[in-house]
Design a protein around this ligand. Structure first.
Ligand SMILES: *Cc1c(COP(=O)(O)O)cnc(C)c1O
Length: 376
């Protein structure tokens, strides 16, 4: 067997829609495929405004601009996350304050949040790791009490929920990713979702290079020009056309991934009962969008040995984030390096198993058998 870690799934309609976009002669952004995708997100998840972006990183950069983050401001980010969750705010001059994860799953621990807040705190960035919701009631309550904005990093969280509320619809704004490693893909791609109406007008301007071009095309102003900061954050129609093919098949994609996830969970639950590994924790307030299947080993040595054992048997499993608070960038820019034991535990002990639409039942079984064999 030779099982890769990820294989991007194509529904079969992508090239067809891209061909349509190309031959209707509207190639730049904000055309009919872009509008179709954005309408889909607004209807399906109740976002007040949805704007396609060229990546989740770009959507997060837009959030940093919209949050009016300036040098001297502080932004609280979990350390166990992708670089972009912090980087987008660093580019606006923010000081990043890293938070620890919960013991039960890698999401930010709301109980440790309050002690990190200072008068300079402007934004909290909860990251829904593996598409499983953070404790949003607690986070929103703390943020609102201190008058802090909440930007959800929902990169992995498409079509997942917190107490029946779609992830990405709870914070003031949020960012999704359609990178080829995510559930719904467009190669590179992302989405900015705005939930607080105060930010809608400015989001369109920042999206369109600091101009009020969107208002002009709607006939709301009779000329357009440079009115604010911004960049070229919008993707071309060719990318939006690709994405549309995926969105049409979202339910099929999600159901298949959930079936794979459940097979892993059942096949490995005996190891968890015997307290040899830990399986993903999905709290009662959260749903599972099967973005990722991970297990947590007891030590770094054990994890290293497991990854090697699986590799020797043709299975590519991978560890995930390195603690950002221990990164070269952070340690060379900051003096006060925090102690975040849970984050370090996930950095050392978590391993992700192959997870993609076309992963066959026999392959999942083969992976389960090999993991059971390793620990026997
Ligand atoms: C994938 C990911 C990103 C970055 O997404 P891009 O679309 O590649 O910019 C940011 N945050 C998290 C948590 C991610 O998983």
């Amino acid at each position: 067997m030779n099982i890769p870690f990820n294989r991007p799934f194509l529904t079969g309609k992508e090239a067809h829609y891209m061909y349509q976009a190309v031959y209707t002669g509207k190639l730049s952004g904000n055309g009919s495929f872009t509008k179709r995708c954005q309408n889909f997100f607004e209807k399906q998840y109740g976002f007040k405004k949805a704007l396609l972006t060229t990546s989740c990183t770009d959507a997060l950069e837009m959030c940093a601009i919209l949050s009016d983050v300036h040098p001297g401001d502080e932004v609280i980010v979990p350390s166990y996350t992708f670089v972009s969750s912090a980087l987008a705010f660093v580019r606006q001059g923010a000081k990043i304050v890293f938070a620890d994860s919960m013991a039960s799953n890698p999401n930010i621990d709301p109980e440790k949040l309050e002690s990190l807040i200072t008068p300079k705190t402007k934004v909290i960035v909860p990251v829904h790791y593996a598409g499983v919701a953070c404790n949003m009631d607690r986070i929103m309550e703390i943020a609102n009490r201190h008058n802090i904005l909440v930007v959800e990093d929902a990169a992995q969280a498409i079509d997942s929920y917190y107490k029946d509320r779609p992830l990405g619809s709870i914070g003031h704004m949020s960012a999704f990713s359609f990178h080829e490693t995510k559930n719904i893909i467009s190669g590179e791609g992302g989405l900015l979702a705005i939930n607080d109406e105060r930010f809608i007008r400015r989001s369109e301007i920042i999206w369109e290079k600091g101009t009020n071009r969107s208002e002009f095309f709607r006939g709301e102003v009779n000329k357009y020009g440079w009115v604010d900061t911004g960049s070229s954050f919008l993707p071309s129609e060719v990318i939006a056309a690709f994405l549309w093919a995926q969105l049409e098949n979202m339910e099929m994609i999600q159901n298949q991934r959930k079936a794979i996830w459940n097979k892993y969970y059942n096949g490995l639950s005996d190891l968890e009962k015997r307290e040899i590994i830990k399986l993903p924790d999905v709290p009662a307030y959260a749903t599972n969008n099967a973005h990722m299947f991970y297990i947590i080993c007891r030590s770094l040595e054990e994890r290293t040995a497991l990854i090697k054992f699986l590799k020797d048997n043709g299975i590519l499993s991978v560890f995930h984030y390195l603690s950002l608070h221990l990164s070269d960038y952070y340690t060379s820019h900051y003096n006060d390096i925090p102690n975040l034991p849970q984050c370090d535990r996930y950095a050392n002990c978590l391993v992700r198993l192959p997870m993609y639409y076309e992963l066959k039942n026999e392959e999942v079984q083969y992976i389960i058998d090999n993991i059971n064999l390793f620990f026997s």
